[in-house]
Design a protein. Structure first.
Length: 201
């Protein structure tokens, strides 16, 4: 499968997806890295790794950004879009086009602590566990079907930053792992009707 990774910043989850794709039995390749901010740090990593990048500037493109992005994804025959620290709310029309074929990673045990500042929220709630979630993107932000989750214990002296740092380690394992499981499970996924067929086990 051909995966496009969408970033807005650092790109450490993007890097994890690229590195995992090099295992011999990996069912996907990262065919493109794109995003909404041309100066996102992750682009330099992607280029150095020999992955094609398309640095769109969403602020300059305005409403045409989503049309342009769709064109790029179609031109590259992308099967699956993986959001990795992509900080833009996605219009419903675009979400609908990629129904079942767009995933996101969120640094909490969804449905707990949706949205930004999830580590602050986790500590404020006194949770004993945080974690990371990979889910399908649906019109409900951070509310799509959960595909994979991993727990990370909260330490008594954790700050939002120290917790984020450990959750990130878990994210880097969870994201490629979940994408691989999803792609393997949906080998008979019909990309036209967006329906999962009978599994040929
Ligand atoms: C990650 O914590 C991810 O869960 C969240 O934003 C952060 C992105 O980090 N959505 P990176 O750009 O992948 O390093």
């Amino acid at each position: 499968s051909r995966v496009a990774v969408l970033i807005s910043g650092r790109g450490s989850n993007m890097a994890a997806l690229i590195y995992a794709s090099r295992a011999e039995d990996c069912p996907y390749e990262v065919a493109m890295v794109t995003g909404d901010k041309p100066d996102a740090d992750g682009f330099e990593i992607a280029r150095a790794e020999g992955v094609a990048t398309e640095a769109l500037n969403a602020r300059e493109l305005g409403a045409s950004y989503w049309t342009r992005l769709q064109q790029l994804l179609e031109a590259a025959s992308i099967d699956l879009v993986a959001l990795a620290g992509f900080m833009r709310i996605i219009p419903e029309e675009f979400v609908a086009k990629w129904d079942g074929r767009m995933v996101n990673i969120h640094p909490s045990l969804l449905p707990r602590h949706k949205g930004l500042k999830s580590h602050e929220a986790c500590l404020a709630a006194g949770d004993k566990f945080s974690g990371a979630t990979v889910h399908l993107v649906s019109p409900d932000v951070d509310g799509g079907e959960i595909l994979g989750q991993v727990e990370v214990a909260v330490l008594s002296n954790d700050t939002p930053d120290s917790l984020a740092e450990r959750v990130l380690i878990a994210e880097h394992q969870l994201y490629p792992d979940t994408v691989i499981r999803y792609l393997n499970r949906t080998r008979d996924f019909d990309w036209i009707t967006n329906k999962v067929g009978e599994l040929a086990l």
